[in-house]
Design a protein around this ligand. Structure first.
Ligand SMILES: [Zn+2]
Length: 498
């Protein structure tokens, strides 16, 4: 049975909002949500879900015009651990008394000054507060719909003191204006307060990996990514028979308003094929693109893909009566993938097209040369990708054509051949080495990183378990902006990553 994650994630979001409220008040980009039974690491802020009110609608924008919203988040001073506060250092908003945010959203023809006044700032204070933007942000470029968070001291006796304001200047940066000790205002562009939300699911394949994942509550785009990651080493038509187990953990980054800053991607995934668990972990090297490596630091990519077609859209072998989907035999020198007409067919590896056009019983046919030893061939296409001709260079994973039933074929499918030194060989049998293997120091770093991912996956499982039993869940969330593998990309930035 698949494990559902959707409800768990929704609750998690509410918890993160309460964490965010505190982090925002501290002007720091680090926080944790910890539940009972865990020891918070140093430099954390403890928040108790039950005691910190986090209004459900705190992420919603108020209407553009009208009086400033009365709803505000009050943060009792006792909730902020003094040790944690001093460890954070360089606080721009004072911790005591507490602060209150008021949101205002810009309308057509608006100005920063007018917005601050709507939030309740005295006219004589708006002038220096807007002038402080100079050099950091041009106040004349005020887009419609921009949300200002205007910060005041929590109401005590008399009128609350205006402390500053902040707004998003781009997807991952924000501008913060704050009152300095001298009483003047200073402005700074800083990393947005971003949180990473981790979700986990596991289950068992019934008819397809894609279907089983979506049933377990995993977003379709994540399942597509998972299928693609395994397409190098797994033949999705012949290797899966139903009953295979899978695990997946993915993350997305959200800002203070719960808006997605970075779409989700896979952190860890495992697929058990033929009794063997194939595991992949995300790895972001200091230089170069993101990679997916197995537990020994070997990359998922091969020179040729075992499934050179959108594996998520394959027709189940059992339900495919019209055309037998053949494997490799003496009489059938390739392997068949059943899919709806129009399903994209990928170049199995980097190479050059050596044949493209009608080719007898093969129908519409493409042959690609990959180096001096291997060639691959694709038959029965409905059409080719526009612009391809003999001599065209293609990259692995490029769409070269679309599934059809041209030539001698009784149903839409891809007939795929791998040719080694001029002879067709069984694609299921060829063992191509991984294209990326880590060594030495890099491997050591990756293995430590892998351990962290394993621990996080296990912890999320426990949280899911408790969630199902209706008791407290434990979730830890990183301040992830500007971090890679738990290390700050900017060495001058001393904030911790986890
Ligand atoms: Zn065939």
């Amino acid at each position: 049975m698949p494990t559902r994650t959707a409800g768990f994630e929704a609750d998690l979001r509410a918890n993160i909002l309460s964490g965010l409220a505190i982090a925002a008040a501290l002007g720091a980009a680090v926080w944790y949500f910890t539940g009972p039974g865990t020891t918070p690491p140093p430099q954390t802020v403890e928040a108790d879900k039950a005691e910190v009110p986090a209004p459900k609608d705190s992420a919603k924008k108020p209407p553009a015009a009208g009086p400033p919203p009365k709803a505000a988040i009050f943060l009792p001073a006792k909730r902020i651990a003094p040790a944690a506060a001093s460890a954070l250092g360089n606080l721009e908003y004072r911790l005591t008394p507490d602060t209150v945010d008021r949101s205002v959203v810009s309308a057509r023809g608006d100005t920063f000054g007018a917005m601050l006044r709507r939030a309740g700032v005295r006219a004589e204070e708006t002038v220096p507060a807007v002038a402080a933007l100079r050099g950091v942000y041009n106040p004349r470029t005020l887009p419609i719909g921009l949300e200002l968070k205007v910060v005041f001291e929590a109401p005590g006796v008399g009128r609350p003191r205006f402390l500053g304001y902040r707004f998003d200047s781009s997807a991952d940066r924000m501008v913060r204006v704050s009152r300095l000790a001298s009483g003047a205002f200073g402005a700074k562009k800083v990393d947005k307060i971003v949180t990473e939300v981790y979700s986990r699911a596991d289950g068992q394949i019934e008819t397809s990996l894609f279907g089983a994942g979506v049933k377990a509550g995993v977003p379709p785009r994540i399942m597509l990514q998972m299928v693609r990651l395994f397409s190098f080493a797994v033949d999705f038509q012949r290797d899966l028979h139903g009953g295979e187990k899978f695990q997946i953990m993915y993350r997305s980054q959200k800002d203070e308003s719960s808006r997605i800053v970075r779409h989700s991607d896979i952190v860890y995934t495992s697929l058990t094929v033929g009794g063997k668990a194939r595991k992949l972990y995300v790895y972001e090297p200091p230089k170069g693109p993101v990679q997916y490596l197995n537990e020994r630091g070997q990359g998922n990519r091969r020179a040729l893909m075992k499934t050179p077609i959108d594996g998520a859209r394959l027709t189940s072998r059992f339900g495919y009566r019209k055309h037998p989907l053949l494997g490799f035999t003496k009489l059938h020198a390739g392997v068949d993938f059943g899919a709806r007409p129009g399903t994209p067919i990928y170049a199995a590896g980097d190479g050059t097209i050596v044949k493209i056009g009608w080719f007898g019983t093969y129908g519409r046919y493409i042959r690609i040369r990959h180096g001096s030893v291997y060639e691959t061939a694709y038959a029965h296409m409905s059409r080719f990708r526009r612009g391809l001709r003999v001599g065209s260079r293609v990259k692995q994973g490029d769409t070269v054509g679309y599934v059809g039933s041209s030539g001698r074929s009784t149903g839409p499918h891809l007939h795929y051949e791998v040719i080694r030194n001029g002879r067709q060989v069984n694609p299921m049998k060829i063992a191509l080495p991984s294209r990326k293997n880590l060594k030495g120091r890099e491997l050591k770093q990756f293995l430590a990183h892998r351990k962290e991912i394993d621990a996080r996956y296990a912890a999320l499982g426990k949280a899911n378990e408790r969630q199902r039993q209706g008791s407290v869940q434990t979730v830890r969330s990183d301040a992830a902006a500007g971090c890679r593998n738990g290390v700050r990309t900017d060495p001058k930035d001393t904030r911790p990553c986890n």
